[in-house]
Design a protein around this ligand. Structure first.
Ligand code: JHZ
Length: 407
């Protein structure tokens, strides 16, 4: 569905920023039998709202089609993400003085990768996630999880049965929910008067500055600045009381939100710096499309040159962002041979659109392609360290952004 007004403030007059064309769904990995069937494609266009500064895509794919069955993303396959999440959990436990009498809720809790840290400390938790595979893994591992979408009716029923939440965590979920205001309202309803909501979102400034265009796909409806976040939460009587700029996922903001204003200087400082660089206006985004196009041309030329020279090239990371990268560049076979990934739920499947097969990472050692395009560049340090044997044997990685480089 095409949106008419802004996803946050509802105003008309969105300004176009970037058009990636009609794209397949990034996490819709295909079985071999589906390869001959037509694949749904939807418009992928980015726009800016001059009223509330929210960057957003203009077309909404039904959430049931995106998230419920066969959702292949399991958070627990990245040790760096596990460490990041554990650190967040331990800080919340210490700073909030959480005990066996507290109640922690996580929205989009996936396979229980984060809540397990609270469970270990004897703190009551509840996860909510619509993806049936990850939710059942969480339940099997002792992290109680409701296999449903988090919305106002769900928040009301949790509050009725369990009382208000002392902590609500929502990492990489705010951008995924079509009813943006409904989600924030539901958070406000479930959050205790003195509770804190800890929310992480990829930071739109990093997206633009580092040309991370591949993080744009249909699951990500919104791309947040602090300016846009404060307006969104403020509309529902909630205050952004703290903010941190983190490296995870190519650059993210973690905000702490509450009913009571206790705002830290960090919030005022980041809002001022967004104003100073013009992130609250459309001009900041004017050259983004041409920079994305230039990156595409450079990377394509490089890959084509290597192939012409007779080198074999594979890719690492059957990530959602990998699907945007491959489909926007229009590269599959014969330029690239295959994709490897650690997540065994993805093995034996094929990437959307370009239909490259997905294999376990051990394939790199067995097959020794000359180059590997790093689609999961956000975990570059971790993956390069893990692939030291392949690299010692002469294998090289191509890191696509902020500009292509070979390591
Ligand atoms: P990764 C995810 O996007 C999911 P994706 C989601 N769409 C979201 O919002 C963003 O994050 C923020 C694999 N891997 O996490 C695991 C290895 O094989 O960058 C993943 O399949 N070996 C909800 O899908 C992929 O790479 C490794 O050592 O773009 C990484 O996907 C590591 C670390 C990862 O996200």
């Amino acid at each position: 569905m095409q949106i008419i007004g802004c996803r946050s403030c509802g105003e008309a007059g969105l300004v176009d920023i970037l058009d990636l064309g009609d794209m397949p769904l990034a996490d819709r990995l295909l079985d071999r039998t589906a390869l001959t069937e037509p694949e749904p494609r939807y418009p992928l266009k980015l726009a800016f709202c001059p009223h509330c500064s929210l960057v957003q895509i203009t077309y909404t794919v039904a959430p049931e089609e995106l998230f419920c069955r066969d959702y292949p993303y399991y958070s627990s396959f990245s040790p760096a993400l596990l460490a990041h999440s554990r650190d967040n959990a331990l800080r919340l436990i210490a700073n909030r003085g959480l005990t066996a009498d507290s109640f922690v809720v996580e929205i989009a809790s996936n396979d229980g990768y984060l809540l397990k840290n609270f469970v270990e400390h004897g703190i009551p938790v509840l996860g909510v996630d619509p993806a049936d595979g990850p939710a059942s893994v969480a339940n099997e591992n002792g992290v109680p999880t409701l296999n449903t979408f988090f919305d106002l009716p769900t928040a009301e029923s949790i509050r009725r049965e369990r009382g208000p939440a002392d902590v609500i965590i929502g990492n990489n979920v705010l951008a995924h929910v079509a009813d943006t205001n409904g989600l924030v309202q539901a958070i406000g309803h479930l959050l205790a008067d003195d509770g804190v909501a800890s929310i992480e979102v990829p930071y739109v400034r990093d997206l633009v500055d580092r040309c991370e265009f591949d993080t744009i796909y249909h699951e990500h409806l919104c791309y947040f600045s602090l300016t846009a976040l404060t307006k969104l939460f403020g509309r529902h009587g909630l205050t952004v009381n703290d903010v941190e700029h983190l490296g995870i996922h190519g650059g993210s903001l973690r905000i702490r939100v509450g009913h009571r204003p206790t705002s830290s200087p960090a919030v005022a400082a980041l809002l001022a710096s967004e104003r100073a660089i013009g992130l609250d206006g459309p001009a900041y985004f004017t050259d983004f499309a041409s920079r994305v196009e230039a990156l595409k041309e450079t990377l394509l030329r490089q890959l084509q040159h290597l192939r012409t020279e007779g080198y074999r090239i594979a890719a690492y990371g059957a990530a959602a962002k990998g699907a945007t990268m491959l489909n926007y560049l229009g590269v599959g076979a014969p330029l690239l041979d295959y994709v490897v990934d650690r997540n065994f739920h993805k093995h034996g499947k094929f990437m959307p659109g370009q239909h490259l097969p997905i294999f376990p990472t051990e394939r790199l050692d067995e097959d020794r392609p000359d180059f590997v395009l790093l689609l999961a560049w956000n975990f570059a340090d971790e993956i390069l360290a893990q692939q030291s044997r392949y690299r010692r044997a002469g294998g090289r990685f191509i890191i696509p952004s902020p500009e292509p480089r070979v390591v």
